[in-house]
Design a protein around this ligand. Structure first.
Ligand code: ZN
Length: 318
């Protein structure tokens, strides 16, 4: 195994113990599954799930930002630096989504480069949400919309980048990663076809959704759905009263019925829009975070499926 040279000593000992257990039969400390040889850190829960799919039992994955937490306003704590300090590989989205990452890597003394999963995809420009304003507010993400995982074809590109990254730190596991990536990619292709088939039954003119923050630009592009968001691509700024008033007018004029809150964003604004338009929010979409394991969307595949069903259900009045 060609592990990263930064392999912590503690980890070598674990590997040796694991080997002796394998050679000499069940030992006192034998575990149900052998300790994973690769320690990986992913910036947020969606990426962590994808890394688990590709890494399988060879990779132990921790997410810096767990289920239900908001990456846009994340502030790393010392515990996160410790996590990164013990990692062989760090996966991040890129496109400015993790503005705090470089500093965290430095604090943690992490010498490698993070694997940016959005590498190779075609970035979309961030939607300008502050209606009535046309200047840039200087957010760290610049002009790119970071939410690229919201299109399944992009997720397939993420998976290829994950396999490449894992092969670079664990050459012995590479055939396993390639096989897992191929299996997962087949599942994602089927998911993509399923989402397209679901939307095929909805007339294009009705495919309009209102959400909290502009997280669905890539979904919109991939599946031909129009999103109107109360907030911008980040959750860290408040829209202007004028922006909200314009959105309310547009909802009335176009008779849009599908209004959603999100699992990470403050629901207050969407609830206000609901009061002003008389539309009851249809539920919650998942944007930048999965649910905990016992929730309705603990995986990327489940998230995309749950969002699609919720959106179409709201449009069709179910
Ligand atoms: Zn977001």
């Amino acid at each position: 195994m060609n592990l990263h040279p930064r392999l912590p000593r503690r980890h070598l000992i674990t590997a040796v113990l694991g080997l002796s257990a394998a050679l000499f039969g069940p030992a006192v400390h034998a575990q149900a599954t052998p300790a994973a040889p690769v320690q990986a850190v992913a910036s947020f829960s969606v990426l962590a799930d994808m890394v688990r799919q590709v890494g399988g039992e060879r990779v132990a994955v921790q997410a810096l930002i767990g289920p239900g937490a908001d990456a846009h306003v994340f502030q790393p704590a010392p515990s996160h630096a410790r996590m990164v300090g013990q990692a062989h590989i760090v996966f991040a989205n890129g496109l400015g989504f993790e503005g705090w990452l470089q500093r965290l890597l430095e604090t943690a003394g992490y010498k490698g480069k993070p694997v940016l999963l959005s590498q190779g995809i075609e970035p979309l420009r961030a939607a300008r949400r502050e209606r009535g304003h046309d200047h840039d507010h200087g957010h760290a993400h610049g002009d790119a919309d970071p939410h690229a995982w919201q299109s399944v074809p992009n997720a397939i590109a993420y998976v290829a980048n994950i396999a490449k990254g894992l092969c670079a730190v664990d050459a012995a596991g590479c055939p396993v990663y390639r096989q897992n990536a191929a299996t997962y990619t087949a599942e994602l292709r089927a998911l993509d076809a399923e989402i397209r088939a679901a939307w095929a039954g909805v007339p294009a003119a009705q495919r309009k959704i209102i959400t909290s923050h502009a997280a669905y630009g890539y979904y919109a592009q991939a599946y031909g759905v129009q999103f109107l968001a109360a907030q911008g691509v980040s959750t860290d700024s408040e829209p202007s009263a004028r922006g909200v008033a314009q959105l309310v007018r547009q909802i009335r004029k176009e008779n849009i019925q599908a209004l959603f809150v999100e699992n990470i964003a403050n629901p207050r604004l969407v609830e206000q829009i609901g009061r002003e338009t008389g539309i009851r929010p249809a539920g919650q979409l998942l944007s930048d975070s999965l649910t905990p394991p016992n929730g309705r969307a603990p995986s990327y595949v489940a998230m995309m499926r749950a969002n699609t069903q919720a959106m179409i259900g709201a449009i069709q009045g179910r």
